[in-house]
Design a protein around this ligand. Structure first.
Ligand code: FPP
Length: 242
């Protein structure tokens, strides 16, 4: 989709994925505890949803907590879980007002019981919304997601529910947590790190990557438009010749 932004005609990516990094450093620069950075990061998520919707981005997917993040201090993990608790409840009303559908991707197993309930409730309450399709990765790891997909396919095979020939790229995509989403067109990582950190490894095979030094709590509309402008400079070939 093309959109005129400040007099500039931009091709808007349909699906943008973001690795939100730098909350800790943002807080440290202000001599504040890391969880203060995460709380600001949560506000930046709300802004990013509004901005993405305004630009005409249809799908936004963010990496909030990885399967490896449990290794952080108990204090930090507890702080992040409490931010999730508040977000999962507060966002029902806001999402419905803005026609936004929220999905949570990642492994439910291992999450606190009350958080699983809040996730199920938020997904159910926003399921009919047709505006921005927002997905949050919580307890997510790409290798874990692929492992779960392989297990579910093996289970079907064992029960004679499918043949080897039925195992196609399409089938695998349909067994991932992102089964209802198109692959990301653009992957953004903030805070000057150049890694993809086990985020959507299958899905980003053909995505454009954009890295910025901006720390996540500072990520605003200008930063998002810069990323979209960068995306416009790329010529996507999907392995072919143009
Ligand atoms: C990366 O910064 C951030 C995280 C691992 C946590 C992201 C979590 C939130 C933004 C909390 C809110 C989420 C929702 C869905 C409301 P970092 O801690 O790795 O920063 P650093 O690299 O500067 O230490």
């Amino acid at each position: 989709m093309e959109r005129e932004i400040n007099g500039e005609l931009l091709n808007i990516p349909e699906h943008v994925a973001i690795i939100m990094d730098g909350n800790g450093r943002w807080a440290k620069k202000r001599l504040m505890p890391r969880n203060f950075g995460h709380a600001e990061g949560a506000k930046a998520i709300e802004r990013a949803c509004e901005n993405a919707d305004e630009l005409g981005i249809k799908y936004l997917t963010v990496y909030a907590f990885s399967t490896e993040n449990w290794k952080r201090s108990v204090e930090e993990v507890t702080g992040i879980m409490n931010i999730f608790r508040k977000y999962l409840v507060d966002s029902i009303e806001r999402s419905n007002r803005e026609n936004m559908r929220v999905r949570i991707i990642g492994k439910r197993d291992g999450l606190p019981e009350d958080i699983i309930e809040k996730i199920n409730n938020l997904e159910k309450e926003t399921a009919k919304n047709t505006g921005l399709q927002f997905s949050v990765a919580i307890n997510y790891g790409g290798r874990d997601e692929l492992t779960r997909a392989v297990r579910s396919i093996a289970e079907n095979y064992k029960n004679n529910e499918l043949d080897i020939e039925d195992i196609t790229e399409e089938l695998i995509s349909k067994r991932l947590d992102t089964r209802e989403l198109p692959d990301p067109d653009l992957l953004i990582r903030t805070s000057g790190e150049f890694r993809t950190s086990n985020f959507l490894p299958w899905q980003i095979a053909y995505s454009e990557f954009y890295f910025t030094d901006i720390l996540w709590p500072d990520f605003d509309m200008d930063a998002l438009v810069d990323a979209v402008r960068y995306y416009n400079k790329r010529e996507r070939r999907f392995g072919g010749v143009r």
